[in-house]
Design a protein around this ligand. Structure first.
Ligand SMILES: Cc1cc2nc3c(=O)[nH]c(=O)nc-3n(C[C@H](O)[C@H](O)[C@H](O)COP(=O)(O)O)c2cc1C
Length: 369
C-alpha cells in the first residue's frame, strides 16, 4: 500500500481544471483526471460541526463544479467538499482567460497594497502546486433546475466520513430592496438544504462581481441579517460565511460579533482583489476586468494572520463560532500551521487543482488532521 501511494505521489502535477478551456467546458467535461488513483490512508474519524469526517481537510468553493467533480475529489480523499457557489438564476462565466499564473517577484513586491498592479508570470512556474494565481470567473452558475438534482447526486457520490458544503450567493440587481436581497439568500439556503447539502455556505466575498454581492462581509449589519435568514432556512444544518481578509481588525471584530449566534463558522479567506496586468502593463483579463482574485501560495501569510486574529478574538470573547482556514494551503505542514493558528478545519482551492493527491499526502503525513 505504501509503495502504491509513493508511486502515485511521484506522478508529475497536472491540473484537473483545464485553464486553456472555458468554465463551461470544464463544467461539461471536467475534471481532467484519469488517475492513477492514490491509495487514500485510513484515518480516524473526527467531529465536524456534529458530522463525522475522516479528516478536517477539503476543497474550498472553487473547482468542485458539479457532482462529477465531487465524485472525483471524494474518491481522492478530500473529505470536506464545497460545491462551487450557485445562484438563483443562470449566469455565464466571464470569457477565458479565467485563471492565470502570477509573477512571484511582482507578487512579493506588490501584494501588500490593494492598488498595486500584479504582473502575470512570463512562463509557467517551476512548481504549480505552490504558485500564486489570479482568477476572474464572476461567480457563474447553471440554473437551479440543473444544480438542484446535481447537488443530490453530489451528496450521493460522497463516501462515509465525508461532508458536502454548498455555497450560495444572492444576485444584486438594480432596484432590488435590501429585504428582497436578504430573502434571496434564505430561499437559496432552503433549496440547497433540501437538495442534500450537509452545510450551507454563504459567499459574502467574491472579488469579481458587483460590489453589493462581493463586499457584504464589510457590512456587519447586512452580513448578520443574511446569516439569520440563512440559518432560519437551513433547518438544523450548520451555516458558514465566506469572507475576504478584513484588514481593519476592529471591523473584523465587529463582523464576528454581529454574526456569532446566527452563523456556525466563518471561512477565511476569499481571494484578495488586486489589479492584474500583462507584460505590456494592460489589464490581463481584458477591459472591464481590471481586478481579479489572487489565490495560491502568496496569500498564505495573509490568510494565516486573518485566521489567527479571528480565532483569538472568538476565543477571547467566547463567541459560538469556528474558523475554517483557506488560502495557499499546499501541504500537510501548511494545514498544520492553520490548525495551530486556531482553525477548526482547513481547505484548499488552487493547490487542490494542481495536486489532486494533496488530501492523500496530508492523510499520510498527518492522520490526526
Ligand atoms: C478557480 C477558483 C474559483 C473560485 N470560486 C469561488 C466561488 O465560487 N465561491 C467562493 O466563495 N470562493 C471561490 N474561490 C475562492 C476560494 O474558495 C479560496 O478562497 C481562494 O482561492 C483561496 O484559496 P487557495 O489559495 O487555496 O486557492 C475560487 C477560487 C478559485 C481559484
Amino acid at each position: 500500500m505504501a509503495e502504491a501511494l509513493a508511486r502515485t505521489l511521484a506522478a508529475p502535477p497536472r491540473p484537473t481544471y483545464r485553464t486553456d478551456r472555458s468554465f463551461e467546458w470544464n463544467h461539461a467535461n471536467g475534471p481532467d483526471f484519469a488517475g492513477p488513483w492514490p491509495v487514500v490512508p485510513e484515518t480516524p474519524t473526527k467531529d465536524f460541526f456534529g458530522l463525522a469526517v475522516r479528516s478536517r481537510f477539503g476543497v474550498a468553493a472553487s473547482i468542485v463544479l458539479n457532482s462529477r467533480w465531487t465524485e472525483t475529489y471524494a474518491r481522492l480523499g478530500f473529505d470536506i467538499l464545497t460545491y462551487k457557489t450557485v445562484r438563483s438564476q443562470a449566469r455565464l462565466c466571464h470569457p477565458p482567460p479565467n485563471w492565470l499564473f502570477l509573477d512571484d517577484r511582482s507578487v512579493a513586491a506588490g501584494l501588500a497594497d490593494r492598488e498595486t498592479p500584479l504582473a502575470l508570470a512570463a512562463r509557467p512556474p517551476a512548481d504549480p502546486r505552490t504558485a500564486t494565481t489570479a482568477g476572474s470567473f464572476g461567480t457563474p452558475s447553471v440554473a437551479p433546475e440543473t444544480w438542484q438534482p446535481d447537488i443530490a447526486a453530489a451528496r450521493r457520490a460522497l463516501g462515509p466520513g465525508q461532508a458536502l458544503i454548498v455555497s450560495v450567493v444572492g444576485t444584486a440587481r438594480p432596484g432590488l430592496s435590501e429585504a428582497d436581497f436578504v430573502a434571496e439568500y434564505g430561499a437559496l439556503a432552503q433549496t440547497v438544504a433540501a437538495a442534500g447539502a450537509d452545510l450551507v455556505e454563504v459567499d459574502l466575498s467574491c472579488p469579481n462581481v458587483a460590489r453589493r454581492e462581493g463586499e457584504v462581509y464589510l457590512d456587519p449589519r447586512l452580513s448578520a441579517a443574511i446569516a439569520r435568514a440563512v440559518k432560519a432556512a437551513a433547518g438544523a444544518r450548520p451555516v458558514l460565511l465566506k469572507t475576504g481578509d478584513i484588514a481593519d481588525r476592529a471591523q473584523m471584530a465587529a463582523f464576528l460579533e454581529a454574526v456569532a449566534g446566527a452563523a456556525d463558522g466563518v471561512v477565511m479567506i476569499n481571494a484578495p482583489s488586486r489589479p492584474i496586468v500583462d507584460g505590456a502593463g494592460a489589464p490581463a483579463f481584458g477591459a472591464g476586468r481590471e481586478r481579479a482574485g489572487v489565490a495560491g501560495g502568496a496569500i498564505k501569510a495573509i490568510a494565516l494572520r486573518a485566521v489567527a486574529d479571528a480565532a483569538a478574538h472568538i476565543r477571547r470573547r467566547g463567541l459560538p463560532l469556528e474558523v475554517i482556514g483557506v488560502g495557499g494551503v499546499a501541504s500537510a505542514a501548511d494545514a498544520r500551521a492553520f490548525l495551530d493558528a486556531g482553525a477548526y478545519a482547513v481547505q484548499a482551492a488552487t493547490a487542490a487543482a494542481w495536486n489532486p493527491y494533496l488530501a492523500a499526502e496530508i492523510k499520510a503525513a498527518a492522520p490526526d488532521i
